[in-house]
Design a protein around this ligand. Structure first.
Ligand code: ADP
Ligand code: MG
Length: 468
């Protein structure tokens, strides 16, 4: 039986907004389609209670599971802890996880908000380190006076597609259709008839810069919150663009940040922007379009948070251990506290019938790294070298990584002694350049004068997969 009134769990607000965008719906359209009042839809979106039958129908229209969307929220911090311990965490490597299952990241999120007081920023970091999860959690938990708009840009192939998404997101945030007049007026003007749709027509294509400016003007003039665009997989999108469009986009976004100094942008993504810039420079691009942005280097979870995630997953999956805290910590350490691999490893440990031991953990990691079916997608570390390094650079990359895979941290002098004896890697300055690039691409790190792999897991993969 459902109770008479239901309300949206506020942690679902972001998901609801995404569903509006994905399904190309507005509050007005839902109200009309379902023959319910606009105020009910507005209440739904704002997590106020509405009639259960309307709640369920709206969720259905938005492709959302109404049961989970209406789940009660914890009332205070001690309840959150209680809920956390009792929640049935399930492994879901790489999948979308609900915000309440995104563990930790409080300090990082606080650092991001602090930094946003001053400037826009770029959140970089190795693939699957947890950047998107952090940004989604941040958007869900934003303070009342903040307006974060999260959008994954993967798959967007042209500037106009990007602008259309930005505008759709903005219209949804403005909530009452018709308010965002600049974009609609401009589209009406260029097409010669009233524009009433939710998708741009082809004619809009040549006007993307104007449309982007109008969309941003609409949102900054029509509401008072601090606007933060969170654009995930930005480098991926730019890579999909023709070079000229990518350059224009970067310049346009920079000039928007200058013209409207109150808006903030976060670019995130796993492909380093330096690769995108390098390609654009080859096409003659000379600008430095992100020099006004602050870069934050995303890290794995802290050991405590990684252990907490592992413990919750072991518990949620009913995996037997002798001492859950101890096993959780061993799991966290075995995968360098990277949450994606914690999910994966525990997924694998499910198939062990007896109590999981330390050697089960170590052996399972090794098996997964060695498995030619590449279940942890580690081959990416080898494959991307072919994409991002030139033919001249590749022997340096492979020699350096091979050396570091089987040695303790070593200095440049020690590395150079070995590199220069190979005719393919006997240029000293090139060796230094490659070391720096490998650090930018998260393979290596430098402590004092010593170089080593940034992640033990990647070192282990490299050693095993290359038979070293
Ligand atoms: N803080 C976290 N708590 C729990 N699981 C996480 C966390 N961060 C990431 N994950 C898991 O790792 C996967 C990859 O994380 P994601 O945020 O997509 O990484 P990135 O954006 O850096 O590539 C997620 O799908 C999720 O399963
Ligand atoms: Mg991501």
């Amino acid at each position: 039986m459902v109770s008479e009134l239901l309300k949206l769990n506020s942690e679902w607000k972001l998901k609801v907004r995404e569903s509006f965008a994905i399904n190309q719906l507005t509050q007005k359209a839902i109200a009309e389609n379902l023959s319910i009042s606009k105020s009910s839809v507005s209440k739904f979106v704002n997590s106020q209670p509405i009639a259960a039958n309307n709640f369920i129908r709206i969720c259905q229209a938005l492709d959302l599971d109404w049961g989970t969307a209406s789940q009660e929220e914890p009332q205070n911090a001690s309840l959150i802890k209680f809920k956390f311990k009792d929640a049935d965490f399930k492994v879901n490597p790489g999948g979308e996880i609900p915000p309440q299952e995104i563990v930790g990241r409080e300090n990082l999120i606080e650092t991001i908000w602090d930094r946003l007081q001053q400037q826009s920023l770029i959140l970089i970091g190795e693939r699957r380190i947890g950047k998107s999860s952090t940004l989604k959690k941040m958007a869900t938990e934003a303070a009342e006076d903040m307006l974060p708009i999260y959008r994954d840009l993967e798959g967007i192939r042209s500037p106009i597609e990007f602008v259309e998404k930005v505008w759709q997101d903005i219209e949804l945030y403005l909530q009452q259709e018709g308010k965002a007049t600049r974009v609609r007026n401009f589209l009406s003007q260029i097409q010669g008839s009233q524009f009433t749709g939710f998708r741009f027509s082809e004619i809009a294509q040549d006007h993307w810069k104007k449309l982007l400016t109008f969309a941003i003007e609409d949102v900054i003039t029509l509401q008072t919150k601090q606007l933060v665009f969170i654009w995930d997989e930005m480098p991926h999108m730019l890579e999909n663009f023709a070079d000229e469009s990518a350059m224009e986009m970067l310049d346009t976004l920079r000039s928007l940040r200058q013209t409207y100094p109150d808006i903030r942008m976060i670019f995130s993504g796993s492909i380093g922007l330096h690769h995108i810039f390098k390609n654009l420079q080859q096409s003659g691009y000379r600008n430095d379009p992100t020099n006004d942005m602050f870069t934050i280097d995303g890290q794995p979870l802290t050991l405590d948070d990684a252990t907490e995630l592992a413990a919750s997953l072991l518990e949620g999956e009913n995996i037997a251990t002798l001492n859950i805290q101890k096993s959780a910590r061993e799991i966290a350490e075995a995968v360098d506290c990277i949450p994606f691999y914690i999910h994966h490893l525990i997924n694998q440990l499910k198939s062990i019938d007896t109590e999981v031991t330390h050697s089960d953990i170590v052996n399972t990691v090794e098996e997964c790294l060695q498995n030619p079916l590449n279940p942890w997608k580690m081959d990416h570390y080898r494959e991307r070298i072919d994409n991002y390094y030139t033919e001249d650079q590749k022997p340096y990359v492979l020699n350096i990584l091979d050396l570091l895979a089987i040695n303790p941290p070593i200095s440049f002098q020690q590395l150079w002694k070995i590199l220069h004896s190979d005719p393919q890697t006997n240029n000293k300055e090139m060796s230094r350049t490659i070391l720096r690039l490998l650090m930018k691409d998260y393979y290596l790190t430098q402590t004092g004068s010593l170089y080593c792999f940034r992640y033990h897991l990647v070192q282990q993969y490299w050693r095993l997969s290359r038979g070293l």
